[in-house]
Design a protein around this ligand. Structure first.
Ligand code: UTP
Length: 297
């Protein structure tokens, strides 16, 4: 089946990031660093690998560090050039975005993820689009969004990244009610945001990667409040079940919830150990730490 190409992505980054206070009082959560790169860089790289050409950030007050991060830094670049630090100049290249490739829209109040995505409606127009939540960092051989774009080329409709979670965790996620299960692709017959404990229709949870039809924006126009009094993206996607189609995609990779402290620390260890320049020293330190902990018990 031939689908319209997905070339635009929305990055909602307007949340308050309260779980990381006091750090997020002055630093946007998305600028916090995993090893030496801010969370947002991982999301941008993933989107680029999936063929995204237009990057739309939904920001809020206090997020100017994010805008600066993607700007060129002429003084820094010239200092590095003068001192012959070409490898650092290469690293900086990944942070530069072509003029006009990046757009910022403002969400005036944090009314929920659905509302944040809706803020980008005029820039999306009548095209399918991706949504990436930068606090979900996914380590994968083939980047998660790329896997999804390939699957979406076959299915069309709407697609959400999905992973199995333990039953006691399901109430923290959007959860799919599974219809036709085709293995990596699952057709959803229902979708519920943060189901009360014991009521989740399955253990298949939605995480922060989506490919959506413009119809979802139309659904968001109605601004229905959902779980937690917020305007939920899940609800607007669920409206498409039956009319259009909604698919869950069991991606191959390891997702880290960097919106939570424990998830961020786990990601730091995993990404630190995956780095050839750090593996030996960091791995030896971790081994020592574990040995010390055991000895103390
Ligand atoms: P979270 O649920 O993690 O909320 O949002 P948060 O505000 O970032 O963090 P906590 O829970 O207070 O610690 C998931 C994603 O949706 C965006 C966030 O920026 C994050 O990328 N978001 C959420 C918005 O852009 N606007 C909102 O109104 C809510």
């Amino acid at each position: 089946m031939k689908q319209k190409k997905v070339s635009k992505a929305v990055f909602p980054v307007a949340g308050l990031g309260t779980r990381f206070l006091p750090a997020t009082k002055s630093i946007p959560k998305e600028i916090m660093t995993l090893v030496d790169r801010p969370l947002i860089q991982y999301a941008i790289d993933e989107a680029r690998a999936a063929g995204i050409k237009e990057f739309i950030f939904v920001t809020s007050r206090g997020k100017s560090a994010l805008e600066d991060y993607f700007d060129s830094a002429p003084e820094l670049e010239s200092a590095l050039r003068k001192s012959g630090k070409d490898h650092l100049l290469d690293i900086l290249k990944d942070t530069n975005m072509d003029s006009g490739a990046i757009a910022y829209v403002r969400q005036n109040r944090p009314m929920g993820l659905g509302h944040a995505v809706w803020c980008a409606r005029r820039l999306i127009g009548n095209e399918p689009f991706a949504v990436l939540l930068p606090d979900d960092v996914i380590a994968a051989e083939k980047p998660c969004l790329q896997q999804m774009i390939e699957a979406y080329a076959e299915t069309g409709g709407n697609m959400v990244a999905a992973m199995e979670v333990s039953p006691d965790k399901a109430s923290s996620y959007g959860v799919l009610d599974i219809g036709n299960d085709m293995g990596s692709i699952v057709e959803a017959k229902g979708m519920v945001e943060k189901p009360p404990k014991g009521t989740a229709p399955s253990n298949l949870a939605v995480i922060g990667r989506y490919i959506l039809s413009p119809k979802v924006m139309t659904n968001l126009n109605r601004m229905k409040q959902g779980a937690g009094g917020e305007i939920q993206l899940t609800d607007a996607i669920a409206e498409e079940i039956g009319d259009g189609k909604v698919f869950g995609y069991r991606f191959r990779g390891q997702r880290y919830d960097c919106g939570s402290k424990a998830g961020f620390l786990q990601a730091t260890v995993a990404f630190g150990l995956a780095r050839p320049d750090l593996r030996e020293e960091f791995g030896a330190y971790l081994n020592d730490m574990v040995a010390l902990q055991k000895a103390a018990q």
